[in-house]
Write a new protein. Structure first.
Length: 125
């Protein structure tokens, strides 16, 4: 979710493409390329049109084609990075959440044990 920009870019750039595009001037077919699947998720209609046209006519290269996908993933990460930053800046927030969770769990355990004892007719005073 908060994978570094470098790592996202590296992964997308190393993705396989339409095997027919061996050289930059070989035309390709987006539907035979896994990068196209990501364009379906991250790109608007104008960009998808640019990909289809550019790929089929060898008007764009695969590296060029992958850049909007990289940008789209990074854009999607922005709110997650922002939310996480608050906890990175102040780790005591995380410790408090964990402590809170532990206290709640203890409470549930106490209640459950009370129910169990009651059901068994055991009472401790
Ligand atoms: S131009 Fe884009 S869609 Fe076409 S083969 Fe390359 S990466 Fe895939």
């Amino acid at each position: 979710m908060r994978e570094s920009e470098e790592s996202v870019a590296k992964k997308v750039k190393s993705m396989p493409t339409d095997p027919a595009r061996v050289r930059r001037n070989d035309p390709g077919e987006p539907t035979k390329c896994p990068v196209w699947q990501l364009h379906q998720v991250y790109s608007n209609d104008a960009c998808k049109e640019w990909v289809q046209q550019g790929c089929r006519t060898a008007g764009i290269g695969c590296i060029e084609c992958k850049q909007p996908v990289i940008d789209g993933i990074l854009r999607e990460q922005v709110p997650m990075r922002e939310r996480a930053q608050m906890y990175l800046d102040d780790p005591t927030l995380v410790k408090n959440i964990i402590a809170d969770g532990c206290e709640k769990a203890r409470e549930y355990a106490r209640e459950t044990m009370r129910d169990v004892r009651e059901a068994m007719g055991l009472e401790y005073h």
